[in-house]
Design a protein around this ligand. Sequence first.
Ligand SMILES: [Zn+2]
Ligand SMILES: [Zn+2]
Length: 280
Amino acid sequence: MNRPGPPQRAEPREIVELRRLKDDQPDLGSAIDLQIALLQLQRRVQARVPLPSINLEGAALDAALAGGKPILRFEDVPIDWSDARFLVRATADAMRAHEAIEPEDYRRVETLTRDSAQLPAVIRSWYESGRPGAADATPEAAGLEPLLQLAMRPFLSRCADAIMARTVFQNWTRGVCPLCGGEPDFSLITPAAERLLICGRCTARWRYHQLACPFCANADRSRITSFATRDGLYRLYACDVCHRYLKAYDARHAQRSVMPVVDTIATLPLDAAAVQRGYK
Ligand SMILES: [Zn+2]
Ligand SMILES: [Zn+2]
């Protein structure tokens, strides 16, 4: 009797979508290739990251959130330092291959990953400086934020997935992430027209005012500029007070659910439009 071979592992949906996007928009090819490389890297580590070391009972989480401060301390993030070193190094390599990192910053990463004492200190500084009211990152971390955000994603998104399975952050009304204190870098408009912000660091999602600017809390409708792509799938909210902007996936017009790793790339032309209008 012929036995079937081992089943072929299907490509993750995000990678399938990214390849489709590349066919549709070849101009985005380099950004898409980099994103696929990063996803493949992150998946190698993600599967073995343990649960965070905080009390995961829903009631305990809600009590912690009621304090109004982000609840995931650096000590709670389940980081394996040899995995972290690998991710920082490999993320820098992938970014260099796609010309997405300055040569000077690449050299700094090389030095950093050779020093086993310095890497944890730099990552802690990056994590804590992103929290509201915190001191700036140390000079060793300054400028490396985009890279560290990508490299630490497997550890932080594991925490976000575990915690989001147990709470919806009901009473959290702030523009910063209830878990890690990071800023949103994308958002989702639900079919019920609610807006969820998506953390750029840990990928947690939380409900926020439909229109207000999460960066400065400006809620004056006349000082928010909003525009959509022609297909209605994506929208951009720009604040005329602090001049920052946030993109959104509009699920009211969508066939699939939001995929931040795909949708942030698909909307790069929107970023260009926002920057051209003076937003950042
Ligand atoms: Zn977060
Ligand atoms: Zn603002």
